[in-house]
Design a binder for this molecule. Structure first.
Ligand SMILES: [Zn+2]
Length: 153
């Protein structure tokens, strides 16, 4: 009996190991259009709710739905639309927040490029040594001694 359990466990494990490679969902995900963002999806769902609401109104006016049913369904749709709208606004705020951080990081990187630390700049070849070194990493020329080291002497 323990052998059977061991074999069953081994079989189960091998299925789990092999499964990610065989999973049909992996290929399907790659076929999704690139522009399907959570925000776009929320907007699309909101449009569907609005369409349903219009259909509902149309059918109510055509006399196909009882007033009570119409009011209940209409309120449900409006609540759903409001929820999706709130989620959209939240997603937009988050996206803008990320964009702001990216802009800030890019601006800091740009400032760093514009003003390289002069003490690491090689006077011989002009190479910007990224670290405080005594000799140029590019041509080996001796760099000017750094101010913070001079102070100690
Ligand atoms: Zn150099």
């Amino acid at each position: 009996m323990p052998l059977a359990i061991a074999l069953a466990t081994a079989a189960t494990l091998s299925v789990f190991v092999a499964f990610p490679l065989l999973a049909p969902g992996t290929e399907g995900d790659q076929l999704l259009p690139v522009d399907v963002t959570p925000l776009a999806d929320l907007k699309r769902r909101r449009m569907v709710v609005y369409e349903n609401l219009q259909d509902l109104e149309f059918e109510f006016k055509a006399g196909k739905i009882a007033r009570e049913d119409y009011q209940t369904m209409s309120e449900n749709y409006k609540a759903e639309a409001a929820g999706l709208m709130a989620a959209s606004l939240e997603a937009e705020t988050t996206t803008q927040g990320d964009a702001w951080i990216e802009r800030e990081v890019a601006a800091r990187r740009a400032r760093r490029k514009v003003a390289p630390s002069p003490q690491y700049l090689c006077p011989e070849c002009g190479f910007e040594n990224p670290l405080p070194v005594k000799f140029c990493g590019e041509c080996g020329a001796k760099l000017a001694s750094r101010p913070e080291l001079r102070k100690k002497k």
